[in-house]
Write a protein that binds this ligand. Structure first.
Ligand code: PEP
Ligand code: CO
Length: 450
């Protein structure tokens, strides 16, 4: 029998991936402050996202979730934030054209600061230090003082999240997000863009202009939906002290919400059914996602679903599979079949990034564009063959012109990786590669309509 849930009931469960703070009192002081600070989102917004995800589960909309592997405090700047938003808007436009479905846009943004690591310590030469766990925990530089977990960074992370979200909200509400002016979404470095992907996007803008004038002629006026967009935030809810500081009772008296983000997800490394993270997630009312690799067993998956969504509520649970190109055909179908057989309602989303990370001979972490596209395409086909439906994509991307993943229309090679490799953690799709993926998704979804 499970004991009653509270925002801190996870503390009596085995917990993994948490930093060890050298001064627990200092941590407690910071948490006290965080508990008093205003939330970043509201329960009404969160409920609206739950309804949208329920729509996606019925096949009426499609989820596009993307952003950096880890946000950094340094990159909390105008251009990187605006570029990511522009890119996600351009991608959703490409997808809506093929799918004729509403797109739910979710950024890995405004709080994606804590990272799970495969080992607690890192050794360079003769020195061993705690590993880097994201800007909200410690600093990247390989020095003892930098790697020491510092609770003040939790406050800095909250503030950066608030600054990011404030900017996103302002941009989404009008003017910038107005579909009549998609030229606002052009990225500075691609204004002269040539090549196949850029041409396709320009064609799409032309049809968009025509469709809007057609619609407005019929309506005699502009629909307000064309002038603003919905944009939601998400991050891996890894740092449980931080997450519980933002877990607040709803003023409507309907339970607890994580008001630090709209859509928290549970990572592959922390999804143990009897672990602290699952205990935390089961009690919040947000829509939640769980990352699953091919290593999860069918029974384990159903137990996890039952723990997280015992009443099988629509919109509540998204499963993000990240199996890898080479294993998806064998390992994904049994999972889909198990969920269908158990009659559980989930939204299936494909993360074609995390199962496809490889190292180059030079020691760079990269991902091959073709593996990413193949895993996505195979996932569409596998869901179709199993009588299920792929309802979204989860991508690591940036609007910057980086060289971190190899391949794509730009033909990036391993030797190109050196020219603009900026990520401290996982390699991201750049602008052109992301847009190319969006066209592929659009293509897949348009075939589903036939
Ligand atoms: C991530 O999304 O950056 C991540 C660590 O993913 P996963 O939990 O799927 O490994
Ligand atoms: Co990652």
């Amino acid at each position: 029998m499970l004991q009653p849930w509270s925002p801190t009931s996870w503390k009596s469960f085995p917990v993994s991936q948490q930093p060890t703070y050298p001064e627990p009192h200092a941590l407690e002081e910071v948490l006290k402050q965080l508990r008093l600070l205003p939330p970043l989102v509201t329960s009404w917004e969160v409920d609206r996202l739950t309804s949208s995800i329920a729509e996606a589960q019925r096949g009426e909309s499609w989820l596009l979730q993307g952003g950096d592997c880890a946000e950094t405090f340094e990159q909390c700047q105008t251009e990187p934030i605006a570029s990511k938003l522009k890119l996600l808007l351009q991608m959703s436009l490409a997808i809506v054209f093929g799918s004729r479905k509403r797109i739910i846009r979710v950024g890995r943004m405004a709080g994606q600061y804590a990272k799970p690591r495969s080992s607690d310590m890192e050794t360079q030469g003769a020195t061993t230090l705690p590993c880097y766990r994201g800007d909200i925990v410690n600093r990247y530089e390989f020095q003892e003082s930098s790697r020491r977990p510092d609770p003040v960074l939790l406050l800095r992370g909250y503030e950066r999240s608030a600054l990011t979200l404030n900017f996103i909200r302002a941009l989404s509400e009008g003017g910038f997000a107005d579909l009549h002016h998609p030229e606002n979404w052009n990225l500075l470095f691609v204004s002269q863009a040539k090549g196949e992907v850029a041409e396709r996007y320009k064609e799409l803008l032309k049809s968009l202009g025509n469709s809007i004038s057609f619609l407005e002629t019929i309506l005699r006026d502009s629909a307000p939906e064309l002038r603003r967009v919905d944009f939601f935030t998400s991050h891996e809810a890894l740092h449980l002290d931080y997450e519980s500081a933002f877990t607040r009772p709803s003023i409507r008296g309907i339970g607890y919400y994580n008001l630090g983000t709209h859509f928290p997800w549970l990572g592959e490394r922390t999804r143990q059914v009897n672990g602290a993270h699952v205990e935390y997630f089961r009690g919040i009312r947000n829509p939640i996602a769980v990352k699953v690799s091919g290593s999860i067993q069918k029974e384990e998956l159903i137990d996890l679903i039952d723990r997280l969504n015992p009443d099988n509520k629509p919109g509540r649970l998204t499963l993000i599979h990240r199996v890898g190109r080479s294993k998806v055909e064998t390992l994904l179908p049994p999972l889909i079949e198990a969920v269908a057989k158990a009659n559980r309602t989930v939204l299936w989303v494909c993360d074609p990034m995390h199962g496809n990370t490889v190292s180059t001979a030079g020691g760079r972490k990269t991902r091959r564009f073709d593996d990413i596209v193949d895993e996505l395409k195979l996932s569409f086909a596998i869901h179709r063959a199993c009588g299920s439906m792929l309802g979204g994509a989860h991508l690591e991307l940036t609007g910057e012109d980086v060289t971190e993943c190899v391949g794509g229309a730009g033909g990036l090679t391993e030797s190109d990786l050196e020219s603009a490799y900026q990520t401290q953690l996982d390699p991201r799709l750049n602008y052109e590669q992301s847009l190319e993926i969006a066209f592929e998704i659009s293509n897949q979804l348009s075939q589903q309509r036939i």
